[in-house]
Design a protein around this ligand. Structure first.
Ligand code: FAD
Ligand code: NAD
Length: 416
């Protein structure tokens, strides 16, 4: 049993959705494009899962524009709820768990990543009825169910990264008592400086969140129903728990292509056209390790903006390779929690210059590496201010005097 397509998108997440949109924008003929996804819904905006979807008024919009363009474009074959279990790059085929062989002329790998499990750190308990991970809509729906059964109770959040921070905020808004546990000295250790982290931590503390830093969980206490009742920590202490949210990082879904495509930085290595080591295969989103021209090195990013833009770029390259320039991407990360909102552009390497009012609402930081401004962070900015830090970061201006940069603060970006 088999079907053949010109273009196949493997995965049904953010990058897949934006790739499909770009195909429909450029025009594909009936029967040319197929999307295969393990998920049972069409692509949606994943960031909503840890934000609006978890709020008491819980709204979820599986991006109607994608739904329309994907499901109403009758010529696109959308294969949902279907796991691809193997790939043969030489033969240009994918084999689904239902036994179907799907062949392609061009393949876009948009398999994203999976949440790391406690078991991968030598721990147990992921299967407990009240332990939640958060990667997809099914996880988020389960998390909401568990959360609603624990209102007024104790939630322990394992991990101090993006999932930990965004879920802790939503849990507090839902009136749970939240304790975050993580091994680092401060939250968001991959990006925040201690000074930036302390602003958010103070804000969270004022909302009732407790932080336990510099230690990790060692085990769960369980009741006879298989539910966690307490989290034991390596430092010997324990926390009562009605539910647990685990956000301890991700692993890109590359397994189907190990040994067939070149890998780098834990992802599939691609060139500036998002083309993998086999010229019929492109990789986009969390799974792709691509050259970031601005830094002169290959990076794998785990953020929605790069998923959207890399997907569009791959489709442009597939459909018009001759005319498509190299992907020239300025990394962009953001988050929104409570009434706070920040944006970051570029690279957080080198020396840091903080600016603004850390006791107020608007503050930020620049990173200066080998004499050039390479990264900018801003909390509480206006549209114009965010645009200014984005623009200045892309320019990579030479910085001679860090003290002067500190004095000028946001004014430096606004004046450039
Ligand atoms: P995904 O969106 O994860 O999609 C991968 C798809 O591939 C899934 O549909 C999966 O089921 C499918 N798949 C994988 N393997 C197979 C297979 N073998 N067969 C069939 N299907 C398969 N980033 C930000 O910048 N800002 C945010 O605020 C933000 N919030 C986030 C909130 C949450 C809860 C999460 C989980 C992530 C968030 N991110 C955010 C990160 C962002 O969502 C990801 O970077 C983005 O989704 C990556 O897109 P992707 O298409 O590469 O992967
Ligand atoms: P992360 O990499 O942001 O954070 C992982 C955290 O796990 C670390 O900060 C650390 O505190 C913790 N950790 C590691 N090992 C641990 C251990 N043994 N015990 C306890 N804690 C441990 O990953 P995440 O928060 O799980 O997020 C998953 C993915 O979702 C990431 O790719 C992230 O970029 C993405 N995401 C992004 C956003 C956003 O951009 N706003 C929001 C949500 C999720």
């Amino acid at each position: 049993m088999g079907r053949a397509f010109v273009y196949v998108i493997l995965g049904g997440g953010v990058a897949a959705g934006y790739a499909a949109l770009e195909f429909t924008r450029r025009g594909v003929s009936h029967g040319e494009l197929c999307i295969i996804s393990e998920e049972s819904v069409v692509p949606y905006e994943r960031p909503a899962l840890s934000k609006g979807f978890l709020l008491p008024e819980g709204i979820f919009l599986p991006s109607e524009s994608w739904m329309d363009s994907i499901s109403l474009s009758l010529g696109i074959e959308v294969v949902l709820g279907t796991w691809v279990k193997s790939a043969d790059v030489k033969r240009k085929t994918l084999l689904t768990a239902t036994g179907e062989t799907i062949s392609y002329k061009f393949l876009i790998i948009a398999t994203g990543a999976r949440a790391l499990k406690l078991e991968e750190f030598g721990l147990n308990g992921s299967d407990a009825g009240n332990v939640c991970y958060l990667r997809d809509l099914a996880d988020a729906t389960r998390l909401v169910d568990v959360m609603q059964s624990c209102i007024g109770g104790n939630a322990v959040v394992i991990g101090g990264g993006y999932i930990g921070m965004e879920c802790a905020a939503s849990l507090v808004i839902n009136k749970l008592n939240v304790t975050m546990v993580f091994p680092e000295a401060h939250t968001m250790a991959r990006l925040f400086t201690p000074k930036i982290a302390s602003y958010y931590e103070d804000y969270y503390i004022a909302k009732g969140v407790k932080f336990i830093k510099g230690t990790v969980m060692s085990s769960f206490d369980m009741d006879s129903d298989g539910k966690v009742t307490a989290v034991n920590l390596k430092d010997g202490s324990w926390l009562p728990a009605d539910m647990v949210v685990v956000g301890i990082g991700i692993r890109p879904n590359t397994a189907l292509f190990e040994g067939q495509l070149t890998m780098e930085k834990g992802g599939i290595k691609v060139n500036g056209q998002m083309q993998a080591s086999d010229s019929s295969v492109y990789a986009v989103g969390d799974v792709a390790a691509f050259p970031v021209k601005l830094f002169g090195e290959t990076r794998r990013l785990e953020h929605v903006d790069s998923a959207r833009k890399s997907a569009r770029h791959a489709v442009a390259a597939i459909m018009d390779l001759e005319k498509t320039n190299e992907f020239d991407y300025l990394p962009f990360f953001y988050s929104r929690v409570f009434t706070l909102s920040w944006q970051f552009y570029g690279d957080n390497a080198g020396e840091v210059v903080h600016f603004g009012d850390f006791s107020g609402n608007t503050f930020g930081a620049y990173w200066v590496n080998r004499g050039n401004l390479v990264g900018s962070f801003l909390e509480g900015g206006s549209k114009e201010q965010y645009e200014a830090i984005s623009k200045v970061t892309r320019l990579r201006p030479a910085i001679e005097d860090l003290g002067e940069l500190e004095k000028l603060g946001l004014g430096y970006a606004l004046a450039e």
